[in-house]
Design a protein. Structure first.
Length: 296
């Protein structure tokens, strides 16, 4: 047991050193990207954007769950019958994050289990598999091509089905996505998933955005790094009016990230942002500069 622990520790140490030069500076966008301040997001120090969120319907169609200008929920179809139907304006906006004057290098799309998305994925895989002729494959292939996506982010918080999760990840890798997760609990499940994905496709599973707020407020990056065998990117929630006690100012974020970077050599840092920065008149630049300063 001691020798295994030593080997794991040494392996993690090498992984941390190799990752030090490519630190992640991320932000989640939980709002219709058509309404977000694109310029500020591109020049404030972030290099990774995660668009929250896409839903998978029972027939395999994809929906972009966003928020309208009046705060209403908007369920916009983006892929129907394996074909992109989301329109050129939305596609061009998302692709623009990585064009022109920008620091953005990676754009991800996130799925979360606030609806039946992961149940639907499991059912579709059990029924049809994940081949290139399946509706699930065609849908995510069409979305990647239309939006110029780099990675898929898994924020499953309830279903936790290992088999379908791994099969879905491998399918996404075949399409050309990288794969990340955004856990807040159930580290044993995520460790099992990571090990199986790594065994199937090396270098597919490359990022962990660890929730260190709300339900994951007590999470320790070191514990998760030891469990997963790779550095994580701790995520804090910016100042907000939904759960003010869970909010973190830019000043507070600087202290947290500096401590985690110094103590645990984390892979970077990032923010959960429910349109809070623009809604409350905070500053993308203030939050972004924390990441560029700490993870320079």
């Amino acid at each position: 047991m001691k020798s295994r622990t030593l080997i794991s520790t040494v392996f993690l140490g090498f992984f941390l050193l190799a990752s030090a030069s490519a630190t992640v500076k991320s932000i989640f966008l939980f709002k219709d990207v058509m309404q977000s301040n694109t310029t500020a997001l591109k020049i404030s120090g972030f290099n990774t954007l995660l668009i929250f969120r896409i839903g998978v319907l029972s027939n395999g169609d994809l929906v972009y769950y966003s928020t309208g200008s009046a705060g209403e929920a908007v369920d916009a179809p983006v892929v129907t019958n394996g074909l992109y139907v989301g329109g050129t304006e939305l596609a061009d906006k998302i692709k623009s994050f990585k064009s022109g004057t920008t620091g953005i290098e990676r754009v991800e799309v996130s799925l979360v289990s606030h609806d039946t998305t992961f149940q639907n994925i499991r059912s579709l895989i059990n029924a049809d598999g994940t081949g290139s002729d399946t509706i699930l494959y065609k849908g995510f292939d069409a979305l990647k091509a239309a939006w110029g996506l780099d990675a898929f982010n898994n924020d499953d918080e309830s279903v936790y089905d290992v088999s379908s999760t791994v099969s879905f990840a491998v399918m996404l890798g075949d399409i050309g996505y990288k794969y990340s997760i955004a856990p807040y609990t159930n580290s044993g499940f995520w460790s099992n998933v990571k090990n199986r994905i790594d065994a199937a496709v090396s270098d597919l599973f490359d990022s962990v955005y660890l929730q260190v707020y709300d339900g994951g407020a007590s999470n320790n990056p070191r514990t998760w790094q030891n469990t997963l065998g790779m550095p994580v990117v701790p995520i804090v929630w910016v100042t907000n009016d939904a759960k003010p006690s869970q909010g973190t100012t830019a000043v507070q974020a600087r202290t947290k990230f500096a401590d985690w970077h110094s103590e645990y050599q984390v892979a970077g840092g990032g923010y959960w942002n429910d349109y809070d920065i623009e809604k409350l008149g905070s500053s993308y630049e203030a939050y972004g500069s924390v990441l560029t300063d700490v993870f320079s």
